[in-house]
Design a protein around this ligand. Structure first.
Ligand SMILES: *Cc1c(COP(=O)(O)O)cnc(C)c1O
Length: 244
């Protein structure tokens, strides 16, 4: 590596480091405002398009969770992630025929929204002798062509999945619609929190409402104020994405 190149890389590392500090401080502030502590909030970095060297640098700063949203990309980067010091989550739309490729590789699949998908996760988890943690993805904005279960179907989905082997529901996840204002998006976050509390209070076997995963680069502080305990931040940490 030439000196010039490494200076360029150093600049990127420095930017990630400054961003990491800023985000963790914002998390701490929002957590305190909502009666919690920094440690109560899981900071997951959405790592799509980001090269493993930069991801691992963020892990060296203290990042504990990373998430990919495409199976192909996850597999191509898999050998390089520092998974001794972080957990790998799958956060994107997952096709049933691709489950096989990530079972045993990911700690959690955050984007389960159908019986069919859950059944395949269960079947392959049994076969591989693992238990897979999942979140149920909710289409809280009722958007067409968007992943996630509709709220009126949520109870039934949870009930059916809770009976399946080697799959464990650990909470809910959502990607709300793009909104013009913080108030507007906070309504979606509030509605997710209500669902989360409702389901928690039912105390079904095999269902643990440990995680409410919502909030991204532009709105993670609002999400925490509304009750999120896991946020998924990409561009605010790594910079604007460059799609190749
Ligand atoms: C990319 C992505 C994020 C993060 O997006 P940013 O706006 O860059 O923070 C969060 N969740 C999912 C599911 C994503 O695919």
């Amino acid at each position: 590596m030439t000196e010039e190149l490494s200076a360029e890389k150093q600049k990127i590392f420095d930017a990630i480091s400054a961003n990491y500090t800023e985000i963790t401080e914002n998390i701490a502030r929002a957590a305190e405002k909502s009666g919690r502590k920094y440690e109560d909030i899981s900071f997951l970095a959405a790592t799509k398009t980001v090269e493993p060297e930069l991801i691992n640098y963020a892990i060296s700063l203290g990042l504990k969770k990373i998430g990919e949203n495409k199976v192909q990309e996850l597999l191509s980067k898999y050998e390089e992630y520092d998974l001794e010091n972080s957990e790998l989550h799958f956060i994107g739309h997952l096709q049933t025929n691709k489950v096989r490729q990530i079972i045993g590789k990911v700690t959690m699949i955050q984007s389960v929204d159908s019986i069919k998908l859950a059944k395949e996760i269960s079947r392959l988890s049994v076969k591989n002798g693992v238990t897979t943690d999942i979140l149920i993805e909710v289409n809280i904005g009722r958007e067409e062509n968007k992943s996630g279960v509709l709220t009126e179907k949520l109870d039934e989905l949870i009930e059916e999945i809770s009976l399946m082997e080697n799959i464990k529901i650990r909470g809910l996840m959502s990607v709300p619609p793009i909104c013009d204002s913080k108030q507007e998006i906070s309504k979606f976050f509030d509605n997710m929190y209500k669902l989360f509390i409702d389901i928690s209070s039912k105390k079904s076997d095999n269902v643990c409402m440990d995680f409410l995963s919502m909030g991204m680069s532009d709105d993670y502080q609002e999400a925490i104020l509304c009750g999120a305990n896991m946020i998924r931040v990409g561009s605010r940490l790594f910079g604007a994405r460059i799609y190749r």
